[in-house]
Design a protein around this ligand. Sequence first.
Ligand code: SAH
Length: 344
Amino acid sequence: MMNHIKSMTLPEMGEVLKAWGQPAFRAKQVFTWLHKGVGSYQEMTNLPQSLRQQLEESYPLYRPQVVRKQQSQKDGTIKYLWRLSDGNCVETVLMRYHYGNTVCISTEVGCAMGCAFCASTLGGLVRRLEPHEMLDQVLFTQIDSGLPVSHIVLMGIGEPLDNFDNVLRFLELVNSPDGMNISMRHISLSTCGLVPKIDKLAEHKLQLTLSVSLHAPTNEIRNTIMPVNKAYPVEALLAACRRYYEATGRRISFEYAMIHGVNDTEAAAKQLLQDLKGLPAHVNLIPLNHVEESPLKPSTRQAVQRFQQILEDGGVPATVRRTLGGDIDASCGQLRRKYTKQNT
Ligand code: SAH
């Protein structure tokens, strides 16, 4: 049983309230209020005062505090840095697309994966987030911005599959018809490629989109930028992606950050076509966001276009991701990194 009330499923909440002698319908009332993001049990006006008090004493609510909020002048992207109950900070980004508002949430404080181009991993992994801490990012971003959230991407700080059970529970919570009721089809989960966990996720047959951060078509290149590749090399990762597709019927989305002189050659594009043969896939080309601490540079626009053309000509749909929030450090971990550096 989860010890935080907001990490509980509706049946679990039912057990707690039943043990307190409450009628069965109370659990749904409490669950619904919590998933509306109420700041206090006193707002739960359809509950008896004594129950509100008992809840307050047993499960005090903490509301994450906004440490920084930055809004892009160009595209309306909003980035939040939240302070969690233990003082740690994580980032959430709200992006406005034509199809709806998307929140990009963090799943861990820091990250252990060590990708050479990523700011989130520079200080290592501090701890994993609890389910309610992921839910709160969605809830309070929606409340603070006043913008209804319809889509979620697990692409913020951390490796979601390294926090498997908590992430799965978060997905169940946010998908709940009595909660935010966000459809699995509106959720993307991004992983650097933890093969056994991809297989484990496939067993759940969720209708979410699995995004795989491939970033290189060969072990030779991938080893230099993603330490995880030494444990799970490209061919093992792609085999897991095929199994995932067979189990779920969901096309895989591959992330490919274009890094100047590293993974952006025509040969790399052709190799990628070979790799993806027979696998229903979509490739997202993302010009690298430059991270201060890293010598890696983004590819030129021409190199990105050429790469995209080769993939398209080879029958693999490829889009160049519009970079949102470039003026507000909106890529992975940059805001938390700056804040932590200033305050230590
Ligand atoms: N750990 C997960 C999810 C978080 S990172 C994963 O690796 O997929 C979300 C995406 O941003 C990943 O594709 C990651 O490789 C990418 N990314 C990280 N730093 C980046 C940078 N500086 N420029 C472009 N993409 C970056």
